[in-house]
Write a protein that binds this ligand. Structure first.
Ligand SMILES: CC(=O)N[C@H]1[C@@H](OP(=O)(O)OP(=O)(O)OC[C@H]2O[C@@H](n3ccc(=O)[nH]c3=O)[C@H](O)[C@@H]2O)O[C@H](CO)[C@@H](O)[C@@H]1O
Ligand SMILES: C=C(OP(=O)(O)O)C(=O)O
Length: 443
């Protein structure tokens, strides 16, 4: 088991380079299933545990896949089975994104039910509603979902009850090979949806309106492999922006796209953080104390739920009382208990947390209960007095490449102990097909 040790109080300076976006690359890898001829080449694929898992899902379907130097090559000409096993799907919910591509290309898919996770129940009813509207028959079995279609799926008008990111992606992929036109109303507008649509269009799909609430997909008869470069990870970028602000430092976040981070930039500026944008990234620095603000998470372009816990860590260092309301997931305050162990003053009532900022954070032994909770603990630890020991690091590895070494390089007193290289972790998990460069923090 690995753990991260942080001794707080260091000023940071320099540049941090942002990797490709986890939440963009996962659906893009799933979409590569649709390419019946030619190779897909996916650049800027971050070396994350989640990427390894979805690659393994594709491999288990008989697809040829190679992952080297942050580039994934997929040859999906032959697919030998339409079933994704429980062992893989339980490791990562996003595995369910292979349902749409398999169903539309092969006429059937059988996927284990993705489990609930720490941040909420996370149903998939909107994905299934979309597939059914396109003519698929859905069978819910013991622990699995099977979808079948007689012939090609048919284009349909689909209204999503919630602007679900995953449902929008799954339906968009399924509709790409359907007969006729599909419209998705109340579609999610996240930049990752636009990135997926760009990749699908490069494969030969006809998608318009991605990034708005109304997406129109004119189905085509076949799609082929294509080359695509994944967008930078806005949540990774936002996390390092907060690292700069929480330590009163000056950091340049290389690769961050300001337009993808508008709600985060705006809230941080409201707090008094200085942010300068240019075409290559963002400079984040502070002058003087920060002010409290209220934050409500919402689907894009609202404040991202994936930045809520990190923002809460920052609000602990601001003068005054802040209110954080989580509207996207019903159980995403698991980090509060851990932050309270670090002397944070936070009270939770349902979906609202009241944060009394300005007190001294103290180092403690804490546990990452989920991915972004883990990021928030690292951030709080950077600002805390004394030493913090963070366990549950496997959650953080799902979404951050080399977080400890990236922060160390800009001056943080941080180390990762009892280290396995990604390669060793992969071996333990009997994954042998990938060649992965050892990551600096783990070597
Ligand atoms: C791999 C990936 O991209 N993960 C992101 C994706 O997750 P994911 O795609 O799972 O999140 P959704 O947008 O689907 O979920 C948003 C809300 O809709 C609900 N819902 C969703 C689907 C459904 O069929 N029925 C339903 O009720 C969920 O329970 C949740 O309350 O978007 C989330 C919201 O921005 C982010 O936190 C995750 O990081
Ligand atoms: C919740 C997240 O991811 P996932 O949907 O993969 O669990 C996240 O990235 O914060």
């Amino acid at each position: 088991m690995s753990k991260i040790i942080v001794r707080g109080g260091q000023r940071l300076s320099g540049r941090i380079k942002i990797h490709g976006a986890k939440n963009a690359v996962l659906p893009i890898i799933a979409a590569s299933i649709l390419g019946s001829e030619g190779e897909s080449v996916i650049y800027e694929a971050p070396p994350l545990d989640d990427v390894i898992v979805i690659n393994k899902v594709l491999e288990s379907l008989g697809i040829e896949i190679e992952y080297k130097d942050e580039t994934i090559r997929v040859n999906a000409q032959n697919i030998s089975t339409c079933e994704a096993s429980y062992d893989l799907v339980r490791k990562m919910r996003a595995s369910f994104l292979v349902m749409g591509p398999l169903l539309t290309r092969m006429g059937q898919a059988r996927i284990s039910l993705p489990g609930g996770c720490a941040i909420g129940t996370r149903p998939i009813d909107q994905h299934l509603k979309g597939f059914e509207a396109m003519g698929a028959e859905i069978v819910l079995g013991q622990g699995f979902i099977e979808a079948r279609s007689k012939g090609r799926l048919k284009g349909a008008k689909i209204y999503l009850d919630v602007a679900s990111v995953g449902a929008t992606e799954n339906i968009m992929m399924a509709a790409s090979l359907a007969k006729g036109t599909t419209t998705i109303e109340n579609a999610a507008k996240e930049p990752e949806i636009v990135d997926l649509a760009n990749y699908l269009n490069a494969m030969g799909a006809k998608i318009r309106g991605a990034g708005t609430g109304l997406i129109r997909i004119d189905g085509v008869e076949r799609l082929n492999g294509a080359a695509h470069t994944v967008i930078p990870d806005r949540i990774e970028a936002g996390t390092y922006m907060i690292a700069a602000a929480i330590t009163g430092s000056d950091l340049y976040i290389e690769g961050a796209i300001g337009d993808h981070l508008r709600p985060v930039i705006s809230k941080m500026q409201e707090m008094g953080v200085q942010i300068e944008e240019d075409e290559n990234g963002l400079r984040v620095f502070t002058h003087g104390p920060l002010r409290s603000v209220d934050v409500k998470t919402l689907p894009y372009p609202g404040f991202p739920t994936d930045m809520q816990s990190q923002m809460m860590a920052l609000l602990l260092t601001a003068d005054g009382t802040s209110i954080v309301t989580e509207t996207v997931f019903e159980n995403r305050f698991m980090h509060v208990e851990q932050l309270v162990n670090m002397n944070a003053q936070i009270k939770v009532d349902g979906r609202t947390a009241v944060i009394n900022g300005g007190g001294k954070l103290r180092g403690a032994k804490v546990c990452a209960t989920d991915l972004r909770a883990g990021a928030a603990l690292i951030l709080a630890a950077l600002a805390a007095e004394g030493e913090t020991e963070i366990t549950g690091i496997h959650h953080i590895d799902r979404g951050y490449v080399d977080i400890a070494s990236k922060l160390k390089q800009v001056g943080a007193d941080i180390e990762r102990l009892v280290v396995d290289t990604l390669e060793e972790e992969v071996k333990k998990d009997s994954i042998s097909i990938f060649t992965i460069s050892p990551s600096p923090s783990m070597a």
